[in-house]
Design a protein around this ligand. Structure first.
Ligand SMILES: [Zn+2]
Length: 179
């Protein structure tokens, strides 16, 4: 894997370093014509899994960046329990992905832009804060949110220009976010 940041760095600096890697994944999604959302999963300060939205490419409504990266991380650790892992995603996770983050027992969730139309980590729902669940990820939001939001806006703008649609209607990884 790429360079390992110094574990002694302040957490917010580490968070930006890893979020930049998630943004790189989001760019890959955009280049493939997918809504640009990207993820990295970090374990012991190393990136162990990456993913980007591939809903269109795979014809799969569950092929969100988070789901792809969670599966890859579990495969890497040979365990469905991702205890000790942090998930960095450029956009607030939806209900499905928030559920998967919960089921995988991920310790920390760090996201960039909020998703007011479909976000399930504070916007529409707040799954990580639901005390009825027996595991809750600690959430840090707004990390490189400007960059993540800009990427999404540019994507939807180019989509509108290409198709002359008033509104793409379908969002983010397909949940209703219209930029
Ligand atoms: Zn999702």
């Amino acid at each position: 894997m790429s360079q390992i940041p110094d574990a002694g760095m302040p957490q917010h600096i580490l968070d930006e370093i890893f979020m930049r890697q998630a943004l790189r994944q989001a760019h890959l999604a955009g280049e493939a014509g997918e809504v640009p959302v990207g993820v990295v999963i970090v374990h012991q300060n190393q990136v162990i899994a990456r993913g980007y939205n591939q809903r269109e490419t795979l014809h799969d409504p569950t092929a969100h960046a988070e789901m792809i990266a969670i599966t890859a991380a579990a495969d890497h650790l040979k365990s469905w329990r991702l205890t000790g892992c942090s998930l960095y995603v450029t956009l607030e996770p939806c209900l499905m992905c928030s559920g998967a983050i919960y089921l995988a027992r991920i310790d920390r969730l760090i996201f960039g832009a909020e998703d007011p139309k479909a976000g399930a980590c504070g916007s529409l729902y707040d799954i990580p804060a639901d005390v009825r669940l027996n595991h809750r990820a600690a959430v840090t939001s707004g990390v490189l949110a400007v960059e993540a939001g800009q990427l999404l806006r540019e994507f939807f703008q180019s989509l509108r220009q290409a198709s002359r649609l008033d509104d793409p209607g379908d969002d983010a990884q397909g949940n209703g976010r219209s930029q």
